[in-house]
Design a protein. Sequence first.
Length: 56
Amino acid sequence: MELMKFEKFKEEFINADTDKKIEMYTSTEGLTQYQYRELLKVFPYSEIDKLEKALA
């Protein structure tokens, strides 16, 4: 995903609730490995089990 578009996406991701973050993380196409890592940095650690279940 192009950098400026990703920065906007990341801002929306940060402001979303956990369920929306999971939806965004699992359904968005075109993200690089680096961009996925950046999103994980702002994902609430206490909710990581929900993300793992969604990815399984």
